[in-house]
Design a protein. Structure first.
Length: 737
């Protein structure tokens, strides 16, 4: 028991005051403890079979989970088992009644379930989002009931202690508080999300004022005739899970707000203007409410080895039990709260930067594809939001328009329009097959791209009934009819659109070398974005590497933002004005020329060839090669200046073009993803290099293009080198002169 080992204002206590909290770097790294390690990890820790002095709260419940009696006492505890969450979950889920503590754990879970619903009501069915890149990303859902036991009894203990202490010491308790947002911010949020705000499960029964609370049950009649976008891969998963009667997965997919574009955008917007939780002395003002928890009078009591506020609370509890005066004055608690709040901000920033660092390290190994949401636009950029991944800063999701190779200036939408911006392109888009694949080009001239290919639209009435099944836990009432796509009028942005663009026709006729196409971007629209890792001010940080518009159109932000890094190298030696050898002179200037060449190249128009087969098993000093037919090149005005060698059977050209080579991988195997493929199951390998040699035989006029990858480029995966796929046409090459 820490207050016995450390007295107020002794050297140990003053050091703990100064630190105020423990710091957790994450990823299994050792924490930086507030207390010395012998205390934090041994003497003050509840280790199995070790007697420890504790403060205990004893509750007596009836069968409905109502508290009949409670008392707070000093006690001595001897822990019999140190469970992990997964161990407790295994016991709860097992049908074997012989497990140790099976009966006790089941009773605790039954009580915690009732406490949770009393506290949160329908909000208790909202599930937290866990990023797919986390190594333990399924841990919460694999042990969700065990987590709920700990959460509910921890909150109950903190709330109970707060109520008792404020009765005894009304002017000197460090309360955990969170102010309500300003009414103007709430009103503005309601104007932007008047209906969908009621469908955010994480905000169910959130009271906004005395007479108004959020609840999907309050939406009726004509309001449910509206349509809502659901991610196509989520919809497909739920259909499959219904066939398999996997109701647990259905619950997860319906109950996670971050999976659903409109709900995710509303919830992230709500989070953005919430006040930060802090500590406040109870004697300062009446502001003792924690808005997010919905609890008056709340303290931190349960973790004195990692939070100094808990140590203060423990000393106050001892004084309350002994019926003595408070060990702290109001002014002392005010000063301590200010110090803890300051250190808490530093701790939060430390944890956020650590998570950002670990994500960057993960992205350095393998990029990740996300379904981002359009958040906002400016005159220069499109901003993408990544729901649930709050460590990503706004700059991590910024896509500058100048990096998208647009034909013209972005067309910013009016305030009345649902469209934030319309972007126009003009590109040479070809397929090595020599013709447009089905549905890629249905008309000549300007093509409007369907911006909502990653979602299906369902009526709000149907979605409301599915959420109702979730909160009533009545999944058996769902049928396959529930998952039939509604015959709704297309969203206005989808009318007269096509799913892809190409410069070719289905019969292979090339009427125009370049094709013009456009796409609109609306708030909450899904945009597939691939994040990679870049250095910024000496640190590795996540950055957008690629934006997917359609299957044929993918914009590589990586080489557009830093062409020198991708295609050349930075000159780090001054050209010099002293005398030097010709060789040294050439070596110094050639780097400068290559920097200039690569920078100018990406400013020019490029040519994109999809559906290529690339071999990475090349000899003779080359990294790879691909073949283009003579007819393909002639019809598309692809000119290569060959030199004839009488002694060789091949015509050779050493013309140099810069290449961006892309390969889509599904479950790490080169293949073309289906429209309902989950984003965490696919990614796009991006390599950069340059052509080194073009060869054309006397008899066979096909052109073989040899290339080398840049030394800083991502190398092809083993599956790209070795795998034999169904088509072998999963590669895209973008070329710059």
């Amino acid at each position: 028991m820490l207050p016995v080992l450390s007295r107020k204002n002794d050297p140990l206590d003053l050091e703990a005051q100064d630190r105020s909290t423990s710091y957790y770097p994450g990823e299994s790294n050792r924490p930086y403890h507030m207390l010395p390690e012998p205390l934090a990890e041994n003497i003050c820790s509840l280790l199995p079979n070790q007697r420890r002095k504790v403060l205990s709260i004893f509750f007596k419940f009836d069968e409905l989970g109502n508290i009949l009696d409670q008392k707070i006492e000093r006690a001595i505890i001897k822990s019999q088992e140190r469970f992990t969450y997964s161990q407790v979950q295994s016991i709860l889920s097992s049908i074997d009644e012989e497990f140790n503590f099976k009966k006790e754990l089941c009773i605790l879970f039954s009580i915690s379930k009732r406490l949770r619903f009393q506290r949160l009501k329908n909000r208790s069915f909202a599930l937290p989002f866990e990023a797919p890149y986390e190594e333990n990303s399924t841990s919460y859902f694999q042990s969700i009931e065990a987590h709920h036991i700990v959460e509910e009894f921890m909150i109950l203990a903190n709330k109970t202690i707060a109520e008792e202490l404020v009765k005894k010491f009304p002017d000197c308790v460090p309360l955990r508080v969170q102010s309500e947002p300003s009414p103007s911010r709430i009103d503005d949020w309601l104007k932007r999300h008047p209906i969908i705000g009621h469908f955010v499960l994480s905000l169910q029964h959130q009271r906004l004022n005395r007479n108004f609370e959020l609840s999907f049950g309050t939406i009726h009649g004509d309001q449910t005739a509206l349509q809502i976008p659901i991610q196509r891969y989520i919809w497909t998963k739920m259909k499959h899970d219904l066939k398999e009667r996997n109701y647990e997965n259905i619950q997860r997919n319906i109950g996670t707000d971050q999976f659903h574009p409109e709900q995710a955008n509303a919830y992230e917007s709500w989070i953005s203007f919430q006040e930060t939780s802090s500590y406040l002395c109870s004697g300062v003002s009446e502001g003792n409410f924690h808005f997010s928890l919905g609890i008056h009078r709340y303290v931190h009591f349960t973790s004195p080895i990692r939070r100094y506020a808990d140590i203060i609370i423990h000393r106050l509890v001892h004084a309350m039990i002994d019926n003595t005066d408070s060990p702290y004055t109001t002014d002392q608690v005010k000063t301590l709260c200010m110090n803890i709040n300051s250190n808490q901000s530093r701790s939060r920033e430390f944890a956020k930067q650590c998570r950002l660092f670990h994500l960057a390290k993960r992205l350095q190994r393998t990029p990740l594809l996300f379904h981002g949401l359009v958040a906002s636009t400016s005159d220069k950029s499109l901003f993408i939001r990544f729901p649930g991944i709050r460590e990503l800063t706004k700059s991590c999701g910024e896509i500058q328009f100048q990096l998208l190779k647009l034909k013209s200036k972005p067309e910013i939408g009016s305030e009345e329009s649902t469209v934030l911006v319309t972007l126009n392109w003009q590109q040479r888009l070809y397929s090595s097959l020599g013709f447009a694949q089905l549905g890629a080009s249905l008309k000549r001239g300007h093509i409007k791209i369907n911006p909502h290919q990653k979602v299906v639209f369902v009526s709000l009435k149907k979605w409301k009934s599915m959420i109702d099944c979730l909160v009533k836990q009545n999944f058996s009432s769902l049928s396959m009819d529930s998952y039939e796509e509604d015959l709704l009028e297309a969203a206005i942005e989808c009318k007269g659109t096509h799913n892809d663009a190409t410069s070719e026709s289905s019969d292979g006729v090339i009427k125009k070398l370049q094709t013009e196409f456009s796409s609109t971007f609306s708030r909450s629209q899904i945009v597939p974005v691939q994040l990679g890792c870049e250095k910024k001010e000496g640190l590795e940080v996540p950055a957008v590497h690629l934006v997917e518009i359609t299957r044929n159109v993918k914009c590589c932000i990586q080489h557009m933002s830093d062409p020198v890094k991708c295609f050349a190298s930075y000159a780090n030696v001054h050209a010099g004005n002293r005398k030097m050898s010709l060789k040294e002179y050439i070596q110094r200037w050639i780097k400068i020329f290559r920097m200039e060449s690569s920078t100018n190249a990406v400013k020019s128009s490029s040519m994109i060839i999809n559906d290529l087969h690339i071999s990475f098993r090349c000899n003779e000093g080359y990294d790879g090669s691909f073949v283009l037919s003579k007819r393909f090149c002639q019809e598309r005005d692809i000119f290569i200046d060959f030199t004839w060698n009488e002694e060789d059977e091949l015509e050779t050209s050493h013309q140099t073009d810069f290449l961006c080579i892309r390969c889509e991988l599904v479950n790490d195997v080169p293949s073309i993803a289906k429209a309902d493929c989950p984003p965490n199951e696919r990614w796009i390998s991006i390599g950069h290099g340059e052509t080194k040699c073009f060869q054309r035989g006397k008899s066979n006029k096909n052109i073989k293009v040899h290339f080398n990858l840049h030394k800083e480029s991502r190398k092809p995966t083993n599956s790209m080198v070795d795998a034999v796929t169904s088509t072998g046409l999963e590669y895209t090459v973008e070329t710059y002169k």
